[in-house]
Design a protein around this ligand. Structure first.
Ligand code: ADP
Ligand code: MG
Length: 696
């Protein structure tokens, strides 16, 4: 492998390349656009396009595409060759500023949630110059936003960019109050840790559930799971190591800051964490990471499972979304700081997050809702479906002493008046390591741990940025009017602690007592996607998103409906896959095996009457009963599927799947898994958990 420094970003049209290849004025104009979110001048775009094209051709690209993120969970691209015809049958390589800045996409089969009428199926794509263009397999990819002709966002990037603007606007107001006039821009930074499973590709190909649903729908647990804790941070096996090395190399070439790699808790589970970056870039890079993971796995005879719950009985996979706010002067606003003034500013930003999370538990839960993630959340391994914040004992105690006006009893025994006293130094390590919390303060950032492993990180960050923008807006409105800033600030912080401390919980989120306590505190528990997604169009949330210009009521409704529709469809696919496997694989295999055992029993009866044959008789009986039960479950699941409302509202369809189909799926699985445990492994029609989990 070449040196990291040499290969890093070689396929990216990054700042360094732009500086080298663009005329000085063009480079500066482009930078103004990037740094300040300005519109790009068409003439500048033209020069950039030309330089980009030359660079791409030199790097072996033949095509270009606007690379965008439609409302399902994948990225979309439509390749165009860099060519224009000349007279006489000749061609030239061509790529204009217009083509760089704006593209058209007739993407009528992409979901729009009712935003785009079918007679006007076209949408347009617009370059996001803050995210660098890159080359992927002979194609220059231009990260773009995707909107309808009436300007409604049909993608995940547009609202993310809008939410970044929203939080920037409000955070800068707060910084002005603290006299920090030099900081003119605040951006959310995010480091998303990505979990995944690797399974042998040959085994994967033998399981219809993995192929169609991305997760196992049947499977008795192997004798060993993760109970010994011997996989987490364990030695990485050579085949997986080879995969990881190549993954890193591919990601580095694309400018993705892949940094940490390790085994995760479950057997065959792994994690990759990048170094954090600006949220829209982190989001683009995470999409790329998932795509490259799949491709690289394939080259190593492996299959990469990104589903949130590939295996029952061991941990599922998520994404830990590490989030903070950074100024263009290089300060992390969630870093406690070194002076009383810094401490006060830190506390205000901290409180803005605490207030935001408490007031918008519904939105945070909705932002991570999907059929796959429902199986993971609350599964005694991942965070529960209840949102709370972990602050650590020390910081919690500091907030208590501020609220009550009492001396802080920590190591340094200080009383805390906001703006007068400095926060005592607390070691970062004591603020970490509550792995059960869905939303943890980890010293200089918050870690939102409920995100699903297969989904884009966009929705969660759109919500985070917007709800924090709203807290900051209210804070700024109040403080800008204050006669005595210091007093008003102290008063505001005390009031906010008092109003929102119920969301702080440092204990074990997996314990059953927490469910009761959370209910007593009035915290929401939205167990399923069907419970969570409808909140997008609650009045409070429509007002919130429109106040900040992030999503209109129509755009919110489209996201709610697309999410519910996807839930209903995915559950339908899973149910049909189960029926296929049960009818055409499990039942025939077990019946055949039962016949063999029955024949063996008869054989004993016929030729060795003096020999005991209870084992065969008993096994035949258990198998027969199991097959009958399986048959009944098949019929019940099939009946419930047939009863689904043909074309009702997405909420109605999703609710039906959740309430009527999913319980039948669970019942069928239970019977099948019991049969698996008494059937000859050679007779079982597809690879089992012990093979899937322990052979990579
Ligand atoms: P773990 O939570 O597993 O201990 P790490 O300490 O490796 O994880 O870091 C988690 C992630 O947090 C990394 O992606 C890292 O870049 C990111 N991170 C660190 N500082 C910040 C920050 N200020 N803002 C956002 N993300 C950050
Ligand atoms: Mg983490």
């Amino acid at each position: 492998m070449g040196k990291v420094i040499e290969m890093f970003g070689i396929n990216v049209f990054n700042d360094e390349v732009m500086r080298q290849r663009l005329p000085r004025e063009t480079y500066q104009a482009l930078h103004r656009t990037i740094d300040n979110g300005r519109r790009l001048d068409p003439q500048v775009a033209s020069v950039v396009a030309n330089a980009m094209k030359d660079w791409a051709l030199e790097h072996g690209a033949t095509h270009y595409t606007h690379w965008f993120q439609p409302l399902n969970s994948v990225t979309a691209e439509k390749h165009d060759a860099f060519l224009s015809p000349l007279s006489g049958g000749r061609i030239i390589n061509d790529f204009s500023g217009k083509e760089l800045v704006r593209g058209e996409a007739d993407a009528s089969s992409l979901p729009s949630g009712g935003l785009r009428s079918t007679f006007e199926a076209r949408g347009y794509t617009a370059w996001d110059p803050t995210s660098y263009a890159f080359i992927k397999e002979h194609t220059l990819c231009i990260p773009t936003a995707y909107c309808s002709y009436s300007g409604e966002a049909l993608d995940k990037k547009t609202p993310l960019l809008r939410s970044m603007e929203a939080v920037n606007r409000q955070a800068v107001r707060i910084l002005k109050l603290f006299g920090r006039n030099d900081a003119t821009r605040v951006t959310p930074s995010v480091g998303p840790e990505q979990e995944y499973f690797l399974v042998d590709k040959k085994l994967y190909e033998q399981r219809s559930d993995l192929i169609f649903a991305g997760r196992t729908l049947f499977g008795a647990m192997a004798p060993k799971g993760q109970e010994l804790g011997d996989h987490f941070f364990g030695t990485i096996k050579p085949r997986v190591q080879a995969f990881m090395s190549e993954l890193n190399k591919e990601l580095w070439k694309l400018g993705v800051l892949a940094k940490t790699e390790h085994n995760e808790t479950a057997p065959s589970q792994h994690e990759m964490a990048p170094i954090y970056s600006t949220v829209n870039i982190a989001c683009d890079h995470n999409q790329l990471t998932m795509e490259i993971m799949k491709k690289v796995a394939d080259r190593h005879g492996l299959y990469c499972l990104l589903n949130e719950k590939p295996f029952e009985g061991v941990n599922g996979s998520g994404k830990h979304n590490n989030w903070s706010l950074t100024t263009n002067t290089g300060y992390n606003l969630l870093e406690p700081g070194d002076s009383p003034y810094d401490s006060a500013q830190f506390l205000l930003f901290l409180m803005s997050v605490i207030k935001a999370v408490d007031e918008n538990q519904d939105l945070l839960r909705a932002s991570v809702a999907s059929a796959g993630n429902d199986h993971r959340l609350g599964g005694f391994e991942a965070p529960p479906a209840i949102i709370s914040i972990f602050l650590g004992d020390e910081l919690t105690e500091i907030l208590e002493s501020i609220e009550k006006g009492t001396a802080y009893s920590g190591r340094e025994k200080t009383e805390m008046t906001v703006g007068v006293h400095m926060l005592p130094k607390f070691p970062k390590d004591t603020t970490d390591r509550n792995r059960t919390s869905p939303f943890a303060f980890t010293g200089n950032k918050f870690e939102f741990r409920m995100l699903g492993s297969s989904a884009s990180i966009s929705a969660a960050n759109v919500v985070l940025n917007t709800i924090v923008a709203e807290s900051l807006r209210q804070f700024a409105d109040e403080l800008e009017k204050a006669e005595n800033f210091q007093e008003a600030l102290h008063d505001l912080i005390v009031r906010t602690i008092r109003a929102h401390k119920r969301i702080i919980f440092n204990g074990n989120n997996y314990s059953p007592e927490w469910v009761d306590e959370a209910a007593a505190r009035g915290l929401l528990k939205l167990d399923s996607t069907v419970d969570a997604l409808p909140c997008y169009t609650d009045e409070k949330n429509i007002r919130l998103f429109s106040t900040h210009g992030v999503l209109s009521e129509n755009e919110l409704r489209s996201r709610r409906d697309i999410g519910l529709d996807a839930f209903a469809k995915m559950t339908g696919i899973e149910a049909k896959t189960m029926l296929m496997m049960a009818r055409r694989q499990i039942l025939p295999a077990v019946l055949k095996y039962t016949g063999e055992i029955a024949a063996a029993g008869n054989h004993i009866l016929q030729f060795g009457q003096h020999l005991p044959h209870t084992a065969a008789d008993e096994l035949v009986e258990r198998l027969c009963r199991g097959c009958d039960a399986l048959n009944q479950c098949i019929e019940r699941l099939s009946g419930s599927l047939e009863g689904q409302p043909a074309d009702g509202e997405p909420l109605e369809r999703a609710r039906y799947m959740h309430d009527s189909v999913m319980p039948e799926m669970a019942a069928l699985r239970k019977v099948a898994d019991e049969l698996e445990s008494i059937t000859d492994r050679k007779a079982w029609p597809f690879p089992t958990y012990d093979q899937l989990l322990f052979t990579t």
